[in-house]
Design a protein around this ligand. Sequence first.
Ligand code: HAM
Length: 422
Amino acid sequence: MYQAVKGTQDILPADRAYWRYVTEQMHAVSALFGLQQIDTPIFEETSLFVRGVGEGTDIVDKEMYSFQDKGGDDLTLRPEFTAGVMRAFIEHGMHVLPRPVKLYSIGPIFRHEAPQAGRYRQFHQFNVEMLGEMDPAVDLDVMSVAWMLLTRLGYRGLNFQLNSTGCRKCRPGYRAALVDYFKAYEDRLGDVDRRRLAINPLRLLDSKEPAVQPLLDAAPHSADHLCDECATHLAGLRGYLAALGMPYTINFRLVRGLDYYTKTVFEVWAEGIGSQSAVCGGGRYDGLVEELGGPPTPGIGFAMGIERVIASLKQQGITPPALAEPRVQVSPLGEAARLPAIRLVNDLRAAEIGALLAFGGRSLKSQLKSADKAGVAYTVILGDTELANGVAVVRDMASSQQETVAADGIVDWLRARVIRNT
Ligand code: HAM
């Protein structure tokens, strides 16, 4: 028996109401912020992600689904949206558009991670990018998208984890301070952390090793090593967040797993959805467009994991509005009634009334049973006598009351009584 590949999952009809609700809110909130939708291909040249996300990151070193296609091109299933969106921004000369250029995307992402609750190999992101402005008010705008979305979905007690990782000017100083600090404890570090110390010491702050935890509390904070520009930027953003009453916690250990970040980084965590608690994460990447061959263009964005959002909605007992379902079943009794029944179902749908045809020539009793299961409000019964008299019998499924209605008036009769399906 075939099974879905490890780390992937089917999104079954039973979960559709959640997906519809969450993605509709994503489109609606994006419209309020002037974000425009962009869809980029699911695969790109491998080197785009290597340069964009960065060699030495877990994503590039361990998690990419990379392959050579039949023409010998090196391609990768996107492990995130940002690099592909930047490629499109450069390729289509979007830097000439009014700034900030505001873009959003929704779609599948692929990472070869160890699967567990909330961590999959194929998952979906809602991704937001705003390009072309250094102003911390743009950072606020980006964070507000996440805030408004989660609030509208019903989250309570929201809080941002916030940090600044500095810029090209001040990060080297911070990096050196971290190396100095951890060098003294190198014998306590495991292999992975020792490699991080050599290649990417900021990632040590993210270490899950128990032996390292006590060292982290006293490790240098990036906020103490920021240049004037980065410090002013962070202070500006904090002022805006305070003015809007958006709570945040300064978390000096928040470094994020992608190399392109500069200045602001942030996440939102949700409790109770397993060890993977970040529902969204993002930050500034002021050097990325240039790194990928475009004109110098600052930018900031975030991505939200849709599976994690849905898991935490369930965890919080938030239920989405039900999806529209057919409200009418048409039950033909006997061969002669089949065609009129097929026509009636067609007419009802054309009038925006969801309708099911009872197939298979079963008994009325069994047809009513399936109408009950389908949850329709009315069943239209068409038998030989009704056909001969130009009428139909309509049964109210809740009360079991039946009424005889003229066949040519039945669409209007039902339209007056059932909720339209749109
Ligand atoms: P990220 O933190 O790698 O950032 O992913 C963003 C979100 O995607 C996470 O907070 C989480 O909700 C979800 N996510 C990540 N990995 C998995 C997984 N294996 N299974 C389920 N959900 C997952 C980025 O991808 C950046 N490109 C965000 C960004 C956009 N920064 C700037 N612009």
